[in-house]
Design a protein around this ligand. Structure first.
Ligand code: CMC
Length: 426
């Protein structure tokens, strides 16, 4: 049953009644009302309480620490699925049958290679280029190689662009990684699964083929599943915004990669490692925490816009840390991280603000143990997020309610004034 909300202007006392549907108010409805001649608008920097879409892909209950893809709890998927199976689920709404999964895996395998000409684009970047910059530019460049992506209203064209994106992201990421190390590119290996092939393209050497280790491949699958989607986060919002002006998937995902690069979003796991190194030893954790409480710095990998409880992804990653370290050797920064977490879960500053470890707190430690430099960490977030961005893009494109993204502003500048010629300005 629809409910109503009575708004009373604090100064004029003017009253306005609004109808609430679906536990939400349609913001466009507000425009019908005005107070003192000004149409009502929501003021919501960062969209902390503004829903921009209806979505059936990912469900989060931030207070309870729940994350589900298409109704399946993240821990169940992390335990039983592969990344490609989860990508299929995000895109199609249902888990695949065995036949559907094989067909989907084969389809992705056939699209793994990137165009030869793109390698000359990659060659133009300086050796010092951040791999996220290379990834962002290369994904944008895909549109020049696959202009069919423009026909996004045609399901077949859209699905081709999606398969290409998901298939080629690991290839691009591996090339960006090897470029930074001055190493020749390694072609995809069709007999290997998605994550095993990625590790092969990253780490194989001419005299030493990549030795597949099932536990590490599985750890990568789990990390990819955990990062596949996270509803309307900053980068997904960027993807949807860019899609709203009528863009192809590659252009939109390039914008998503840019948004993800920021240290408050995907760049946080890189920042966590930097923070742990700066702290340097367990006995300096207390001093660091005092600095956080005094507002001099933030505890990276802690806090989340949505989770006001332990991030369920962080819980799963933390539980696989030991499995990975058993094979790779223990990352010595783990002790500092555990001590930081102990403080964080106990200290009034963090408790009262409901700041808990997020997905980035432990992932960097694993990535480092696997042999990745910090600048690759965000890339390892972007590769699996491609499936989430693609699912969100698809949902946006097929949603008749959606419009071009165009937030309002509340103007605080000058009222109209006279132009003063330059010679008369004092
Ligand atoms: N360390 C110290 N204080 C913090 C932190 C932190 N990591 N995060 C939030 N706070 C404080 C903040 O100073 C504020 O305190 P006060 O009320 O006294 O001013 C209060 O908590 C609320 O913070 P906020 O900035 O209003 O919260 P937000 O929802 O806008 O920010 C966040 C969310 C993720 C940007 C923030 O928690 C943060 O900067 N965390 C560190 C960066 C990080 O780990 N980012 C990865 C997020 S998870 C991956 C992803 O999904 O992208």
């Amino acid at each position: 049953m629809a409910d109503t909300l009575l708004i009373r202007h604090p100064a004029s006392g003017a009253e306005t009644e609004l109808t609430i549907t679906d536990a939400s108010i349609r913001a466009a409805e507000l425009r019908r009302f005005n107070i003192g001649g000004e149409p009502l608008a929501t003021f919501d920097p960062g969209f902390t309480n503004t829903a921009a879409c209806h979505s059936a892909i990912t469900y989060i209950d931030g207070d309870a620490g729940v994350l589900e893809y298409r109704g399946y709890p993240i821990a169940t998927l992390a335990e039983h699925s592969t990344y490609l199976e989860v990508a299929y689920l995000l895109l199609n709404g249902e888990l695949p049958t065995a036949t559907e999964l094989t067909a989907w895996e084969d389809r992705i395998t056939t699209h793994r290679r990137v165009p030869e000409e793109l390698k000359t684009v990659l060659a133009g970047f300086p050796a010092s280029a951040h791999p996220m910059t290379i990834l962002m530019s290369s994904v944008a460049a895909f549109f020049s190689f696959y202009p069919d992506a423009r026909n996004f209203d045609d399901p077949a064209s859209r699905s081709r662009a999606i398969a290409r994106l998901i298939a080629k992201m690991p290839t691009l990421a591996a090339y960006a990684f090897r470029k930074g190390r001055g190493e020749a590119y390694v072609a995809p290996e069709d007999d290997l699964g998605y994550c095993a092939n990625f590790l092969h393209m990253l780490f194989a050497q001419p005299d030493r083929p990549y030795e597949e280790h099932q536990h590490l491949v599985r750890a990568m699958e789990v990390l990819f599943i955990l990062h596949a989607d996270h509803e309307q986060n900053c980068s997904t919002n960027a993807v949807r915004s860019v899609a709203s002006s009528g863009n192809d998937l590659f252009t939109c995902c390039s914008a998503g990669i840019g948004a993800l690069h920021g240290p408050l979003h995907g760049g946080a796991n890189e920042a966590v490692l930097k923070m742990l190194r700066e702290i340097g030893s367990v006995d300096r954790v207390g001093e660091f925490i005092e600095g956080v409480k005094a507002g001099r710095t933030r505890m990276m990998g802690f806090g989340h816009r949505v989770y006001k409880n332990y991030d369920p992804r962080a819980k799963i990653i933390k539980s696989s840390v030991e499995d990975v370290f058993e094979i790779t050797g223990v990352n010595p920064l783990l002790k500092i991280a555990l001590e930081l977490e102990r403080y964080g879960l106990d200290d009034e500053y963090f408790v009262s603000r409901r700041l808990y470890p997020n997905v980035d707190f432990y992932s960097g430690l694993i990535y480092e143990a696997l042999g990745f430099p910090p600048e690759m960490f965000t890339v390892l977030f972007a590769v699996p997020r491609a499936s989430g961005w693609a699912a969100q893009y698809q949902e946006f494109i097929t949603d008749p309610e959606q419009k071009i993204a165009r937030p309002k502003q509340i103007y605080t500048g000058h009222s109209t004034r006279d132009y003063v010629p330059i010679g008369a300005r004092g």
